[in-house]
Write a protein that binds this ligand. Structure first.
Ligand SMILES: [Zn+2]
Ligand SMILES: [Zn+2]
Length: 266
């Protein structure tokens, strides 16, 4: 028996681009057969509604409102709700799992993290950093930026990706690097649930908490453990990068290598 979890979800109390409250999702996800969701609202440098001028502890309390609203309703109806967030750098976005409000309250430096600092701190705290939709090429993204040494896993299927080949490239990237994989809906609005366009991961056990969830994500290596759209990861051989690509080493310095060459020799 496997348990289905949403890995990528936004609420309108915290994310500027979402229209659903955390609590609004609960009944829909239960109906869709999920055991739980992770709330991953946009963090300090992302499209976050919380005033960045607030003192850190106040900022964290406000930031957690979207999650807490979902958690309260989830507890009432029997859906696991875990805390996470999504931070953005130069168009490259990362989902962070496994830490909680108490941890954040004690770590004001999190708002200024570099990718390297993020990876190290999250790793030290037993969490997990997942590169979200690494090959998305929307007009608000100027370049594809990869930091393969500063992530634990790759989101290889994202229901919010407009083009299927973004996901095909992400899977190829994860496989070349031997990294764990994940899939998520990147949901912002209820109409996406109504359309049945939900992604997620199948876990063999129910994680006890956010840190258990993070540990289990690091163990996913088979696309059979992902809930994704039909044929979503099938290559059609038209996958290519149409905007500049930057690959960073473990010190966040660019490595100048052609993408295909990089994928071949990684
Ligand atoms: Zn958003
Ligand atoms: Zn997102």
């Amino acid at each position: 028996m496997a348990y289905l979890y949403e890995t990528h979800l936004h609420t309108c109390l915290t994310s500027g681009c979402a229209s659903a409250r955390g609590r609004d999702y609960i009944a829909y996800y239960l109906d869709a057969g999920y055991s739980g969701i992770v709330v991953t609202d946009h963090f300090f440098r992302g499209n976050c509604l919380v005033d960045r001028n607030l003192p850190w502890r106040e900022w964290v309390k406000e930031f957690c409102r979207g999650f807490e609203d979902a958690q309260e309703e989830g507890a009432r109806r029997g859906l696991d709700v875990f805390f996470g967030w999504e931070e953005t750098f130069e168009g490259d976005d990362y989902l962070v799992y496994g830490l909680d409000k108490e941890w954040l309250l004690e770590h004001p430096e999190a708002r200024h993290w570099t990718r390297r600092a993020q990876y190290r701190a999250v790793q030290a705290a037993g969490g997990c950093v997942v590169h979200a939709h690494p090959f998305r090429q929307h007009n608000y993204i100027r370049e594809v930026c990869l930091a393969p040494r500063l992530i634990d896993a790759v989101e290889v299927a994202n229901a919010g990706n407009r083009e299927q080949y973004y996901d095909v490239l992400a899977l190829r990237y994860a496989e070349k690097l031997g990294l764990p994989i994940s899939a998520g809906s990147d949901i912002h609005h209820i109409d996406q649930v109504e359309a049945g366009d939900l992604y997620g991961v199948y876990l063999q056990e129910k994680p006890k908490n956010a840190s258990g969830f993070a540990a289990m994500i690091k163990g996913i290596r088979d696309t059979a453990d992902l809930k994704i759209g039909e044929g979503r990861l099938e290559s059609r051989e038209d996958e290519t990068i149409r905007i500049p690509l930057k690959i960073l080493n473990e010190n966040e310095r660019p490595i100048s290598r052609n993408f295909w060459d990089f994928l071949e020799r990684g």
